[in-house]
Design a protein around this ligand. Structure first.
Ligand code: HEC
Length: 106
């Protein structure tokens, strides 16, 4: 097998692992989010839903980066590759605004 093929295989393998990890974390967070839970504030959502991946190196770090609030909100609604999308039944619009502000400012 040549070097390039091996490289592709390794990349693919890493992606599959990330995807599997992401998916199991995903079901756990969906479980919490899917209970029609009323969120207290942005910090609660971050720690109960986002931290599963964003504090465990499944996803990139999103705190302390001053990411724009709009960008955070659209990422949460549409998802991004291995990151699942969250619907308004899981995180309502008002909570999402608070969450995005929390992440932008922390
Ligand atoms: C199942 C794991 C998972 C969960 C849960 C998750 N994310 Fe992500 N997120 C990811 C991954 C993986 C990426 C990187 C996607 C890519 O570009 O390949 C990502 C990317 C992002 C980005 C883009 C970061 C950048 O560097 O541009 C933002 C913003 C983001 N997530 C916000 C959130 C928020 C807010 C939550 C909580 C509602 C959340 N994510 C929950 C896995 C997750």
């Amino acid at each position: 097998m040549n070097k390039e093929k091996l490289g592709n295989l390794v990349t693919h393998f890493v992606f599959v692992i990330v995807f599997i990890t992401a998916n199991s974390a995903w079901s756990a967070s969906k479980e919490i989010a899917g209970q029609g839970h009323v969120w207290k504030d942005g910090s609660e959502i971050y720690s109960k839903v986002c931290a599963y991946c964003h504090e465990e190196r499944v996803g990139p770090r999103i705190l302390k980066r001053k990411l724009p609030s709009d960008y955070i909100q659209s990422t949460v609604r549409s998802g991004r590759r291995a990151m699942p999308a969250f619907r308004s039944s899981e995180i309502d619009d008002e909570s999402l605004t608070k969450l995005a502000e929390f992440i932008s400012k922390n």
